[in-house]
Design a protein around this ligand. Structure first.
Ligand code: ADP
Ligand code: MG
Length: 374
């Protein structure tokens, strides 16, 4: 589905009332207010609230089955919420009293599998969302967009002969050419190999910035989310766990689940006493955790420094794996029952059995209650 109607509040209807394509993208705000969606007894989304500003790029990040696609489908109008409201530019498009169908929402949708029409040429695929325009004009627009994504020479070909990257470009062109106010993309890079993914991410974000559309991009790759998004919304089991910039989420994860998404961490359990835990690296506050309860100390594998013996805590390399820029080490460290995992550039060239000094910036240590079962 690619809707072709103009921005919600833009006076762009033709005199006969048929919606025309907007002359330019008018980015719209998109808000979810306490949105829920059930399928029978299964709860796909529960109490999701998220306000996305015009022109903002937000990534929905979370494991499979957490409700990402469902949230996109609700925004597009492919599904209805069972509770709560969806608003575009402050106007309710789905709620108890109203439901606007997809074609009246000015949203573009890029499906996970691209969903190109196999029986239409590339040009016809891209022009599909421009039905409201005279045919010649639609074709001209579609050709211009195909040039923009570097596929002008493929206009008359059919989708099956295209590579994955080319199909991705056509799907993107098709979603963007009607200049929707909001563009929704479901795991747009998941079908691409790693090298291609990198360049397609760059191209996609450039195109989104050019069109200035508000964008919601689903992914389950934290790095992809960090790279693409102005803000990231982390979902788990139908809930939004935390929303913020990549820096917010990395530096100040609200819980262990979020911390684990953004960096590899050592997790060490302690019993809380006097509002803190006693670790071999000193006393660390455990805010919000009751005395006697378990607190998890999170030490980032990249936040542990390996230096000469005598500095910091004494340690011994138990295992070392060369990973290119860094080495992945297991280090027995005095005071810790289990070895710590360390990812470090300085760890290179230190064979198994080496004595080392281990230093950690404890101002960056994380302390959380144990993770809920996922
Ligand atoms: P994600 O995109 O994050 O992998 P989805 O939004 O597709 O997750 O699904 C969220 C949950 O809702 C899953 O448990 C899924 O099985 C369930 N679900 C989604 N669509 C349907 C449907 N049409 N019927 C029944 N259950 C569904
Ligand atoms: Mg999905």
């Amino acid at each position: 589905m690619t809707a072709s109607s103009p921005g919600i509040d833009e006076p762009t209807s033709a005199p006969n009332g048929t919606p025309r394509r907007a002359a330019a993208t008018f980015a719209a705000s998109l808000s979810f207010e306490n949105v829920g969606r059930r399928y029978g007894d299964a709860i796909a989304l529960d109490g999701v609230s998220l306000a996305i500003a015009p022109g903002e790029v937000v990534c929905l990040l979370g494991p499979s089955g957490c409700g990402k696609t469902t949230l996109l489908r609700l925004a597009a109008g492919i599904e209805r919420p069972t509770s709560g409201r969806v608003l575009i530019n402050g106007q309710e498009v789905a709620g108890p009293a109203r439901f606007k169908p997809p074609e009246e929402r000015s949203v573009g949708f890029m499906f996970q599998d691209f969903a190109l029409f196999p029986h239409l040429t590339i040009l016809q695929n891209v022009a599909f969302g421009l039905k409201a325009l005279p045919r010649k004009e639609a074709e001209r627009e579609a050709r211009a967009m195909l040039s923009r994504v570097g596929l002008a020479s493929m206009s008359d070909a059919y989708p099956h002969i295209l590579s994955g990257g080319q199909q991705q470009r056509v799907a993107l062109a098709r979603a963007i050419v009607p200049r929707p106010a909001v563009i929704l993309m479901d795991e747009p890079f998941s079908g691409l190999d790693v090298q291609l993914r990198d360049s397609m991410q760059e191209e996609t974000i450039a195109l989104l910035r050019e069109t200035r559309a508000t964008a919601v991009i689903v992914t389950h790759h934290p790095e992809e989310a960090m790279r693409l998004a102005d803000r990231i919304a982390v979902l788990r089991r139908g809930h939004i766990v935390q929303v913020g910039t990549a820096e917010d989420l990395y530096d100040h994860p609200s819980e262990l689940f979020v911390a684990r998404l953004f960096s590899e961490i050592n997790e060490i359990a302690y019993r809380t006493k006097g509002g803190a835990i006693e670790t071999p690296l000193g006393r660390v506050p455990a805010p919000g955790i009751a005395d006697g309860d378990i607190a998890i100390l999170g030490l980032r594998e990249r936040g542990i420094r390996v230096s000469e013996p005598g500095q910091g805590l004494p340690g011994r390399i138990l295992h070392s794996k060369f990973l290119g820029d860094i080495a992945l080490l297991e280090v027995g460290v005095q005071g810790f029952d289990a070895p710590l995992r360390v990812r470090s550039h300085e760890g290179r060239g230190r064979p198994k059995g080496s004595e080392v000094g281990i230093e950690v910036d404890m101002s960056r240590a994380l302390v959380f209650p144990p993770a809920a079962e996922v």
